[in-house]
Design a protein around this ligand. Structure first.
Ligand code: UT7
Length: 320
């Protein structure tokens, strides 16, 4: 079967920076605590008019420019988000309209922090099945809108942002592209990380609730399991991958996962210090950073991984 290649990557961060010191004026916390426990130094907050679709559109435009393509070249717009503009229609159709795309199809995918990995796997499968030729796969979130700003255990962790890649059906024999995808979920853990509202329950958007310690306890094991599956199915290993681009939730989780897998820290892309946990946006934001600063180059073997609410988790291996 032909591969699906990444043609371009882009991202967008809102202008407003919230530092740890800014947050220490809102809740009982400190820069020392946040940096030591999470590695986060600052995060971004979207302006009131900057909805998730606005962030997604900006990231998509950047990814298209990077790919040397125009919106009319795209026939699938897939937005991974847990913070959609509206209950419906999908944020992706707003992005489609913003970009002026009038063919193909657009929809949202909801797997919280694993959303980008799930969306990449889904777009890869749909391209391979012939449903689309070129896809914009976007992770976009406005988590600051659903935080409880009185809960220091959660409000210091999350931020807003968006990242996107352009995926394309490759010609026969292409060596680059998505090599393997492994997705998992286990709904028994739903109460450990959730939002306490929704259209069918409270008719409100609700606020994020998390048992941080419980999530932390499961994260490293789940992440390393699914990565080992992706290594086993491809013959890749900690030695052969060039870059590990994990979901950016907590520096300690990232470091513990890399250590357990034997991946040297020099191969790990870490951006959580600058944008906190941006849920589905975190991996494409980190990818864009490492591509633009010259670390990730054409032909590199790149390992993506995420874990989040549900629980959901997954890994994707890409020959860049
Ligand atoms: O993206 C989806 C996946 N989500 C995650 O991966 C998040 C996973 N969890 C975590 O990253 C960590 O569990 C946290 C960063 C949320 C918390 O770190 P922790 O080392 O697990 O701390 P803890 O929850 O065990 O809390 C330790 C102490 C508590 O005080 P006591 O009970 O020991 O007196 C908390 O009340 O730290 C306190 N605390 C804070 N102190 C200052 C909790 N939040 C804060 C805060 N500032 N912001």
């Amino acid at each position: 079967m032909n591969r699906t290649v990444v043609r371009g990557v882009g991202s967008y961060l809102p202008a407003e920076v919230l530092t740890n010191d800014d947050l220490s004026r809102i809740v009982d916390t400190s820069d020392d605590w946040i940096v030591e426990r999470t590695g986060i130094r600052e995060r971004r907050r979207a302006a009131p008019a900057e909805t998730t679709s606005v962030l997604a559109t900006r990231a998509a435009e950047a990814a298209l420019a990077d790919a040397g393509l125009v919106p009319a070249d795209v026939d699938l717009v897939l937005v991974a988000t847990a913070t959609p503009d509206y209950t419906f229609p999908a944020t992706a159709v707003q992005v489609q309209a913003n970009l002026g795309i009038t063919r193909g199809f657009a929809y949202d995918l909801q797997a919280v922090c694993s959303g980008f990995v799930f969306a990449l796997a889904t777009a890869d499968a749909q391209i391979k099945a012939g449903l689309a030729r070129r896809a914009l796969v976007i992770g976009a979130e406005t988590f600051t809108r659903i935080l409880d700003w009185t809960d220091r255990g959660t409000c210091v962790l999350f931020g807003d942002g968006a990242g996107a890649v352009v995926l394309e059906a490759a010609a026969a024999g292409e060596e680059r592209g998505v090599l393997t995808c492994h997705l998992r979920s286990d709904g028994r853990h739903r109460d450990k990380l959730y939002v306490d509202g929704g259209p069918s329950t409270t008719q409100t958007a609700g606020h994020l609730r998390m048992e941080g310690r419980e999530v932390f306890k499961h994260a490293v094991g789940m992440i390393t399991d699914v990565i080992r599956d992706s290594f086993a199915s491809t013959g890749a290993s900690a030695e052969t991958i060039d870059w590990f681009v994990p979901h950016q939730a907590n520096r300690r989780i990232i470091e513990a996962s890399a250590r357990k897998l034997g991946i040297p820290i020099e191969k790990v892309v870490i951006t959580v210090d600058r944008h906190g946990n941006t849920s589905a946006a975190s991996i494409p934001l980190a990818l864009d950073t490492a591509v633009k600063d010259g670390r990730i180059r054409r032909g590199d073997l790149v390992l993506l991984e995420a874990m989040g609410g549900g629980f959901t988790w997954g890994a994707v291996l890409v020959r860049w």
